[in-house]
Design a protein around this ligand. Structure first.
Ligand SMILES: C[S@@+](CC[C@H](N)C(=O)[O-])C[C@H]1O[C@@H](n2cnc3c(N)ncnc32)[C@H](O)[C@@H]1O
Length: 245
């Protein structure tokens, strides 16, 4: 298996100092520069998740097809997919943050990946055997999520798949509280302070809007996917493999 990109960029200190007013979270230059460290320390099992995405590339990439990485950020999943599939399929990586796409172009220059600075809601999925939505759907307005998944379904070849990873919420308040506490404890073990954790949480409110597991599964089925199976879980983070027959 290909080696995952080492954490090439700087330590995440975005929320380390007290902000007079916490602004809404943005995928801007400051975040793009430290993004690998931020996501690696914020998502339990992130490196394993990337390895599993690469395995999906192995299993699902059809010769001459396209693999889409929607909301690619700094391109870590795109890169491991391109390395794993070795030209069997064209990797197309899309993000609407110019700072993120700039990082991708600089850091993965030698790889044959089609980097696109575009809105995934305007991106037509064509001739795809695999689509990856890794922690991106949660940033799309809830009323636009179904249409996005329907477009992905339409653009997949028969036998093609979507890997969807999301931070989820639980309907049961006690369970949600327990999982949130566990997640905060995890972030502390990753070196984040109470201030960083609480400021980032405020910044993400109304920007990252999580759904329940039932909502995700129901929406994937409504979009057309015949098979929907959970394929990864770490605290509040869940992945599903949705296959088009
Ligand atoms: C949490 S990050 C995704 C992480 C990345 N997929 C990975 O595997 O490391 C979410 C990304 O989605 C992008 N994004 C959010 N809304 C978008 C949209 N409408 N179109 C394109 N990209 C979008 C953001 O700029 C950000 O880079």
């Amino acid at each position: 298996m290909s080696k995952i990109n080492s954490r090439e960029n700087a330590r995440d200190r975005v929320f380390a100092r007290p902000w007079s007013e916490v602004r809404a979270f943005e995928f801007d230059d400051e975040v793009a520069r430290v993004f690998d460290d931020m996501i690696g320390r914020s998502v339990p099992g992130y490196d394993l998740l990337l390895r599993l995405i690469a395995l999906h590339g192995d299993v699902f990439a059809q010769p001459g097809s396209c693999i889409y990485d929607l909301g690619c950020s700094t391109g870590l999943a795109s890169r491991i997919l391109a390395q794993q599939t070795q030209g069997r399929a064209q990797v197309i990586a899309v993000d609407n943050s110019p700072a993120m796409i700039e990082q991708c172009r600089q850091r993965h220059a030698g790889l044959d990946i089609d980097w696109r600075c575009a809105d995934i809601l305007d991106t037509v999925i064509e001739d795809a055997s695999l689509v990856v939505l890794n922690l991106t759907l949660q940033f799309i307005r809830p009323e636009q999520r179904l249409a996005l998944l329907q477009g992905i379904y339409r653009g997949l070849r028969p036998g093609g798949a979507l890997v969807l990873t999301e931070k989820i919420r639980h309907d049961d308040p006690a369970l949600q509280q327990r999982m949130t506490e566990l997640y905060q404890a995890f972030k502390k073990t990753q070196g984040y302070s109470d201030l960083e954790i609480s400021q980032k949480r405020s910044a993400l409110e109304r920007v990252l809007v999580p759904d329940t597991e039932a909502e995700h599964v129901e929406r994937l089925r409504e979009a057309g996917f015949q098979t929907v199976d959970e394929c990864f879980r770490g605290l509040l983070f869940v992945s599903w493999l949705a296959v088009k027959s």
